[in-house]
Design a protein around this ligand. Structure first.
Ligand code: SF4
Ligand code: SF4
Length: 263
């Protein structure tokens, strides 16, 4: 899952049909849950850390490692596999996934992969989502008879919920460095990581630092991000855009600007 070993060149759409079934009686059961790279999204971390009763810091420390994307220089949290010969996922047992109802988006998509194509249109560059089969030789699910469309698979696996919450973050994630522009500084990489994944520390950063004295954030948003982790990661995506100077998603307070002018 997440590691696209063998990728068919066929681009699929939501209506594309396929046959697949994954179940406990299948001879390859859990074989896809080892020796894989699983990139976590912000919502994955919220679901998993709450499932395990951990803070975001504890979860990230125990279950993830950081990876720098070479093209974008963004920092990502990857699920850490066990350090044994099999490199099994820490959540797999012979009976299956122990965090199944909170499994990451990448595990939900499998055996479907998702990609984005940039296309030139008369209105500029548009992004087109497409899907493809991840046909790994060890996966026997394709020999089963249950019929799906990509759309019904997405619904069954609840990926719409995950994609909806991660949408703005995913759009940032897919950005590559512009030619001739250097990547993010170390400070910005860490800010990107903090606002993406480390929700508990990000909340403390907002409410226990000078943040709310500097930025003009409306009361309704302040209340939401104080109590709702999903709202906090959505706000995190806006903060990342501001830090990366992609959009002016946050406004510095007038009085702060005036003070700065005086100096
Ligand atoms: S999280 Fe669950 S479904 Fe995903 S690789 Fe681990 S055991 Fe398998
Ligand atoms: S390899 Fe395929 S069929 Fe086997 S357990 Fe994994 S997803 Fe299911």
């Amino acid at each position: 899952m997440g590691k696209m070993d063998v990728v068919e060149p066929v681009k699929l759409s939501l209506g594309s049909k396929f046959k697949f079934k994954c179940h406990k009686g299948i001879k390859c059961f859990t074989r896809c849950c080892s020796n894989i790279e699983i990139l976590l999204t912000p919502y994955d971390v919220i679901r998993l850390k709450n499932r395990l009763g951990l803070s975001s810091e504890e979860f990230l420390e125990k279950y993830t490692y950081m990876k720098v994307d070479e093209q974008s220089s963004h920092l990502y949290a990857m699920l850490k596999m066990n350090e044994d010969a099999e490199r099994e996922c820490p959540f797999v047992t012979p009976d299956g996934c122990t965090v199944y109802s909170d499994r990451p988006a990448n595990c939900r998509y499998y055996p479907i992969g998702q990609g984005t194509l940039k296309k030139e249109t008369k209105d500029g560059i548009a992004e087109e989502e497409f899907y493809f089969f991840v046909r790994e030789p060890h996966c026997y699910g394709y020999h089963e008879k249950k019929q799906w469309t990509i759309e019904s698979w997405r619904k069954d696996q609840e990926v719409d919920l995950y994609d909806g919450i991660n949408r703005e973050w995913k759009a940032i994630q897919l950005r590559k460095n512009l030619p001739g522009r250097s990547g993010l500084s170390e400070k910005k990489q860490l800010q990107f990581f903090l606002a993406s994944y480390d929700v508990d520390r990000f909340r403390r950063f907002i409410f226990e630092s000078n943040f709310l004295n500097v930025f003009d954030i409306d009361e309704e948003t302040i209340e939401k991000i104080k109590t709702d982790e999903v709202e906090l990661i959505k706000f995190g995506a806006k903060y990342i855009k501001y830090v990366m100077m992609l959009e002016e998603t946050l406004k510095v307070k007038e009085e702060v600007l005036k003070e700065r002018e005086k100096k």
